[in-house]
Design a protein around this ligand. Structure first.
Ligand code: ATP
Length: 818
């Protein structure tokens, strides 16, 4: 058929093929154990990888995906080079040795890429923020290590129990009762460490979750409300670029979910892997070719996971969607709780219930859809892994039994039967466990996706906090070096009021060409210039929305001082106090409301220090607070029903307090209430004024903070602050009765309609201004009256002309009657 040269070529080819196959078989038989193990691992990896639809993504703001954002914090460790290497293609001119090692280089690149991805994952970035040497973090590592050890021990015990199961059945079949009871006793004994391991595992999971949660929460709270007084939270919520609208949810629920997901991860991954490897290994030992059978089972399982993919929902998207809907529902509820009085007075219940119903309906609809999808998914998981693969596994276990019986000529000895049944039972229980574990392994992917989603959310939040705090600290470092004269100004006892490249310190408040710009970029005032020294009380007036309060936002460090502006402020943050129209009160004692933001310990330390420094001078203690309450007619808030029944007792107590060298706390200031709920707006404003008196700063910003106090008391409040306590005030107030306290004025003027406002800063003579003001009002009234009179005159003239036939006198009488 072929010519001789073709025949020779074919023979040579066949020989080469046969030699190759023989070499491969030889190699396989020599390294069978290792090859099989590698194949098992590959199959487990493939099965695990097939179990999901897509990768987890961050919930919001795709630009904040940690892979790009975490670079500044987590060192890439030559990341740029690594990714370059990973994508590098081997050039066609490469050397033969390079060609030989091509798969090795490619594998190395993939490994490096995976390592890089791992290093830059949000979970690692999140953990890198924790102090690794702190006892709390070390405790987490110990818990993790303990869990891994326990998991290995549990796997060992599982194997022992399966073998024992087989032995029990075999001794039963061969009717060896002594052996049976011995195995039964062993079974009971082995139950003790197994139960202890199970309970320890559960405990270590919970402890791990708890320690991670405590670590993360502490770190986030420290960044959220930093002790240096930076307005991080305000900047976070008001920044245009920030995607964080739900910090409360992230600090509470997301941290908890992340901790729970992370703590169960070792057992979710390790248990099924160990179960599968143990089953395969045991089968390989019990029968010659069972290992290849187990490999075949793995391949079948791999195909099954591909089928399962069809039924698998996208867990990360589902999770993100659930969070969004849940947040929306929470937000509506919080809003109603905060504004409950306004809603009740406006009878807005039906409108609110509409909003709540809609958001809850959306959430409920989504939950129902999730339940449907999960039901299908759970059915697929259970049927494919537990039953289909279970049946396949049983078949595999049965093969050695049938073949052995066949080779024994269908007359197996009792010993053979008991041995076969022992192996069958052990293999069967291990295989059933392994096929169940395969399902769990697939499901663990869901947990990993959820965990990655939570980690992304948390890292996005943490990164935002770090960015804000870092920029503030940077400015802090620049600014504490110089004051307005260029001298160093660092005071260990006090914290700076403000920091920034355009801020310097002095004994005044001075704005120099500062533009007022909202975080949205709207320019309210192009340049604002004014300066006040102690004693120059400044009155600020202007139409609504022109930027009066925005000026205070700059002064409070909430908005930055834009170029080319220069701001001079007192260095110490205690030198400026801000009182808004509605002050902040919390649940707590009356004393705590007055001394806020000082804590009880700060208050006590201040008194002790003052008494030590100058024992004869009066101190700002409870006695002083009660006196202040009396000054603004709020002493009825004192709790006379506490330990001291009568007012006389309080007097006695006060005298004791003044002579005592120790800090004496008067119980009537210990009244605990929900103060914002029980105080009227006017009462709140009076209490806030007491807060100002207690802190007694050099400068105070009073932003319509007395608008609800009666006129007489309002004047008294101002008098105490300015005349008695010598506080320099910058006030926004609309009542002319307060003008007398001011010596400077800053007037905001805005052209008709929208547009930027201009400002005028001058000295202020309240008497002259009031005189002019009254004159202006009277002229205005006269002008209005004159307009009315002119109109009336015209009307009368008109009537006179139309009724010209009548007698004049009568006409006017008729007109009056009309
Ligand atoms: N956080 C913010 N983000 C964006 N714009 C803001 C912010 N705060 C205030 N604004 C805007 O800045 C403008 C000035 O507000 P501001 O509170 O300074 O007015 P105001 O002069 O104090 O008014 P009023 O007399 O009514 O208190 C307003 O148009 C307001 O909408």
């Amino acid at each position: 058929m072929y010519d001789s040269s073709t025949q020779a070529y074919l023979n040579k080819g066949n020989a080469y093929l046969i030699r190759s196959v023989r070499n491969v078989l030889l190699f396989y038989s020599k390294r069978r154990k290792y090859i099989l193990r590698v194949c098992y691992c590959l199959i487990i990896y493939m099965i695990f990888n097939n179990g999901s639809k897509s990768k987890a993504r961050p919930k919001s703001n795709p630009k904040t995906f940690p892979e790009s954002r975490s670079r500044s914090l987590v060192e890439p460790v030559g990341g740029g080079q690594i990714s370059q290497n990973a994508q590098e293609k081997v050039s066609p001119q490469e050397s033969p040795s390079a060609k030989k090692y091509k798969p090795l280089i490619a594998g190395k690149a993939i490994l490096k890429k995976l390592l890089y991805k791992f290093k830059n994952s949000s979970t690692v970035a999140l953990f890198s923020q924790l102090n690794l040497r702190s006892p709390k973090t070390l405790h987490s590592f110990y818990q993790l290590a303990l869990q891994v050890i326990l998991l290995f021990f549990k796997a060992f015990l599982t194997l022992q129990i399966a073998t024992l199961d087989g032995n029990l059945v075999s001794s039963l079949i061969s009717r060896r009762f002594k052996k049976f009871f011995k195995f039964l006793l062993l079974w009971l004994v082995i139950g003790i460490p197994t139960s202890i391991t199970d309970s320890l595992l559960e405990k270590s999971k919970k402890l791990l979750s708890q320690t991670i949660r405590v670590n993360l929460t502490t770190k986030m709270l420290d960044d959220y409300l930093p002790s240096n007084g930076n307005a991080t939270l305000y900047q976070l919520l008001n920044s245009k670029s920030s995607a964080i609208t739900d910090p409360n949810h992230r600090i509470t629920s997301t941290v908890e979910n992340f901790s729970n997901s992370f703590s169960i991860l070792p057992s979710q991954l390790l248990t099924p892997i160990l179960d599968i490897l143990i089953a395969a290994n045991h089968m390989a030992k019990s029968s010659e070719n069972a290992s290849e059978g187990a490999l075949l089972l793995g391949l079948v399982a791999n195909v099954s996971t591909l089928v399962l993919k069809f039924f698998t929902p996208n867990f990360s998207t589902m999770n993100n969607m659930r969070n969004t809907l849940e947040n929306k529902f929470h937000e509506f509820h919080s809003n109603i709780i905060v504004n409950n009085e306004e809603i009740a007075l406006a009878k807005g219940h039906s409108r609110e219930i509409d909003l709540l119903d809609t958001s809850y309906f959306e959430f409920e609809k989504f939950e129902r859809m999730t339940l449907r999808r999960m039901a299908v998914y759970n059915f697929a998981i259970s049927f494919i892994f537990k039953y289909t693969l279970g049946a396949f596994g049983l078949m595999l276990c049965a093969v050695p039994t049938f073949t052995s019986v066949y080779f024994a000529g269908f007359k197996p000895s009792e010993e053979l039967v008991s041995g076969l049944s022992s192996d069958f039972v052990a293999n069967r229980s291990l295989l059933l466990k392994a096929s169940d574990s395969l399902g769990k392994l697939i499901q663990s992917k869901k947990n990993i996706q959820n965990m990655t989603g939570y980690a992304n959310e948390l890292w996005e939040f943490e990164k935002e906090l770090i960015d804000i705090n870092e920029s503030s600290q940077l400015e802090n470092a620049i600014n504490t070096r110089k004051d307005s004269h260029g001298n160093n100004h660092v005071n260990a006892d006090s914290q700076p009021l403000l920091v920034g490249p355009n801020v310097s310190y002095g004994d005044e408040i001075s704005f120099h060409e500062i533009p007022l710009v909202t975080p949205n970029g709207n320019v309210l005032v192009e340049n604002l210039t004014f300066s006040i020294k102690p004693g120059d009380n400044l009155l600020i007036i202007g139409p609504n929305g022109c930027g009066k309060s925005s000026l205070f936002r700059i002064l409070g460090g909430l908005w930055e001082v834009k170029d080319p502006g220069k701001l001079v402020v007192p260095y110490d943050k205690k030198d400026l106090f801000y009182l808004p129209q509605r002050s902040y009160f919390t649940y707590g004692t009356l004393r705590e409301q007055i001394i806020y933001p000082d804590s009880y310990d700060d208050y006590r330390d201040k008194i002790l220090r003052a008494k030590q420094e100058n024992p004869s001078s009066p101190v700002h203690d409870d006695e002083y607070l009660i006196e202040l309450l009396r000054e603004v007619n709020l002493d009825y808030l004192l709790d006379y029903d506490s330990d001291l029944e009568e007012e006389d007792d309080i007097e006695k107590d006060l005298s004791r307090a003044s002579t005592s060298s120790c800090v004496f706390m008067i119980p009537c200031l210990d009244r605990v209430e929900k103060w914002p709920d029980i105080l009227s707006v006017g009462e709140q404003q009076r209490l806030a004024m007491i807060r100002l008196y207690y802190h007694c700063p050099k400068f105070a910003v009073l932003d319509e903070c007395t608008s609800s106090i009666s006129s007489d008391l309002e004047r008294e409040c101002y008098r105490i602050a300015i005349e008695d306590l010598k506080i320099t005030v910058i006030s926004v107030c609309h009542r002319t009765t307060l003008w007398e306290f001011h010596s400077k004025i800053l007037k905001f003027k805005r052209p008709e309609g929208e547009g930027m406002a201009t400002t005028l800063f001058t000295s202020f003579d309240p008497e002259l201004r009031l005189q002019r003001h009254e004159e202006l009002i009277s002229i205005d009234n006269s002008l209005k009256r004159s307009d009315e009179l002119t109109k009336r005159l015209q009307a009368l003239k008109k009537m006179k002309n139309s009724r010209s036939g009548r007698r004049p006198a009568l006409m006017y009488i008729e007109e009056d009657d009309d």
